[in-house]
Design a protein around this ligand. Sequence first.
Ligand code: NAD
Length: 290
Amino acid sequence: MKIAFIGLGNMGAPMAANLAKAGHEVTGFDVAGASAEGVAVAESSVAAVAGAEVVITMLPNGAILRAVADEVIPAMAAGAVLLDCSTVDVESARAVASQAEAAGLGALDAPVSGGIGGAAAGTLTFMVGGSDAAFAVGKPLFDIMGQKAVHCGPSGAGQAAKICNNMILGVTMIATCEAFALADKLGLDRQSMFDVVSTSSGYSWSMNAYCPAPGVGPQSPSDNDYKPGFAAELMLKDLGLSQQAAEAADADTPMGQRALELYRSFVEDENGRGMDFSAMLPRFEKRGRG
Ligand code: NAD
């Protein structure tokens, strides 16, 4: 398949390289001049999409996605599919899909979970919104870049699933970290805390698979000085998107709102930028109630 890949950053470059490795003809473009293994680099996004059957975007945010969509949609081949894998607001995902469909193109929003490691290993999970026909075009590519693709519904459904999932993740990580900090102050040994909670009703992915306490549980960023992993500022971005969506939909999300406030303070005022999102544990450890 002839594929264009716009946005060859931390995630995009390994994803594009995996498609090329699988035998697809991939042409990429990134404003920063980035490239990826096996990928031909074009001089512009418009040049990259010429003749492509699928155009994949992996960009920082919704505003940039909208700008790139304005550029590439008029240049895309009739019947091609615009497949956005970035994490963006639901409204931008729907707007770009309508714009593509009005131009006779297919459109999918397909944000991912699995991080940079999953992108490199081809084990991402895709949460996909869009038509059945467009999903059928994207499916073989999801199978190369990932291990699972869930077709969640019409346009925007992929982004909706992603931000709801990450709102739960942000909230459970904070709950896990504050509970560890309380356990410390109560004199409870961290290994005992893990052994009990990971097999009791407090268990979660944050505790069991990504334990924020160093030396306890499976290997995680806490064992590597909280180097990301999944950076706190990316969690802040996703929590912002979930609150934006909650406001637009008039949904009451007090825990998501509180998690957003805590990650905002952590990133903006407490040196959390560049740290893994599980570094909330040392943050809580240092604090008292005041
Ligand atoms: P990144 O900043 O490394 O990559 C984004 C790339 O887009 C950059 O190389 C940038 O130069 C390029 N770009 C910006 N504007 C452009 C334009 N107009 N035209 C072409 N290229 C342009 O970010 P990333 O970590 O690769 O993340 C990409 C997306 O994936 C984000 O939406 C992020 O939220 C999401 N995501 C990231 C992770 C992760 O662990 N990094 C996990 C899941 C989802």
